[in-house]
Ligand binder design. Structure first.
Ligand SMILES: [Zn+2]
Length: 251
C-alpha cells in the first residue's frame, strides 16, 4: 500500500465527512475491515472511498459546517470534485470507484463543477458556454459534457487533442470557450477545502500507514498465500507427510 493512496483516502473522506478526526479514524477502520478480505492496495482505497460515500450520504445536512459552500453540496458532488480536483483521479478510476460506466462520469462532474461555482459560491465568473460555432470545423459543444472540460482533464485521445489544438490556433470562439472552462477549473482548484491538509493530519496518516503495515494486513490475502507456499516448500513438511504415510502403510 502506498502512503500516497492512504493520503488520498484521508482527503476524500475529509471531503465527505467535513472532519479530519472522523475521516482518519473511519479510514483506518474501513481499511482494516476491507484488508481482511482483499488486501490493501489501490483497489482497497477505492472500495473504502465508496463505503465512506454511502455513509456520508446518510449524514444529515445540518451536521456539516454549512457556512462553507463546499459542504452544502451533495456527498456525491463533494466526492467527484475532490477525486478530480485534488486527487487527479482519471474518469476511469472515479467510475470504477463509484461502480458506474466511465461515460457517466464527465456529465456528473461537469454538473458538480457548475453547481459549486455558480449556485454555492456565487462567483462572478463568465459562464462556460460553448459560444456560437464559428465554422463547420468547430467541435460540437455539448453543454452537459463539453469537450473543453475533457480536454483540460486530459481525457482525450491524442488525435482528438491534436485536432482541437490545431483548430484553436485559428478559431477565437473555441479558444475563448476553452479559456472560460480553464478559469472555472482554476477557481474550483483554489476552493477545495481538503487541499489544506495540516501537519498533524499528515503525521497521523503516516502513523496509520505504519500501523496498517505492522498489523500484517498490507498484503491481505497474499500473506496467506505466501505462508501456504512457504509451508508446502518446507522440507520438514514433506518429511512429516512421508513419515505419516509410512506409518499408515505399516499399520
Ligand atoms: Zn471553433
Amino acid at each position: 500500500m502506498e502512503t500516497q493512496d492512504l493520503q488520498s483516502l484521508g482527503r476524500l473522506s475529509y471531503s465527505l465527512f467535513g472532519d479530519w478526526n472522523q475521516a482518519l479514524s473511519t479510514g483506518e477502520r474501513t481499511l482494516r475491515t476491507i484488508g481482511l478480505k482483499d488486501g490493501l492496495d489501490s483497489r482497497a482505497i477505492e472500495k473504502a472511498a465508496l463505503a465512506h460515500l454511502s455513509r456520508a450520504e446518510s449524514i444529515q445536512k445540518e451536521s456539516f459546517d454549512l457556512s462553507t459552500p463546499f459542504f452544502r453540496l451533495s456527498a456525491l458532488n463533494r466526492f467527484l470534485l475532490a477525486a478530480n480536483h485534488v486527487e487527479h483521479w482519471s474518469y476511469a478510476r472515479i467510475a470504477r470507484t463509484l461502480e458506474l460506466p466511465a461515460e457517466a462520469i464527465p456529465p456528473l462532474l461537469w454538473r458538480a463543477r457548475l453547481q459549486y461555482i455558480f449556485d454555492e459560491c456565487n462567483l462572478a465568473l463568465a459562464y462556460p458556454s460553448g459560444g456560437k460555432l464559428a465554422s463547420s470545423h468547430c467541435p460540437i459543444y455539448d453543454a452537459t459534457d463539453p469537450w473543453t472540460a475533457r480536454l483540460l482533464d486530459e481525457e482525450m485521445k491524442p488525435q482528438e487533442r491534436q485536432f482541437l489544438q490545431n483548430h484553436m490556433v485559428a478559431c477565437d470562439a473555441c479558444r475563448n470557450a476553452l479559456g472560460r472552462v480553464r478559469e472555472l477549473i482554476h477557481a474550483i482548484d483554489a476552493l477545495m477545502p481538503s487541499k489544506q491538509c495540516e501537519t498533524w493530519v499528515l503525521d497521523e496518516m503516516h502513523a496509520q500507514a505504519r500501523r496498517l503495515a505492522g498489523s500484517g494486513m498490507t498484503y491481505g490475502r497474499s500473506t496467506l498465500q505466501t505462508s501456504l507456499t512457504q509451508w508446502s516448500r518446507s522440507p520438514g513438511t514433506w518429511l512429516g507427510i512421508g513419515l505419516l504415510l509410512w506409518a499408515i502403510v505399516r499399520w
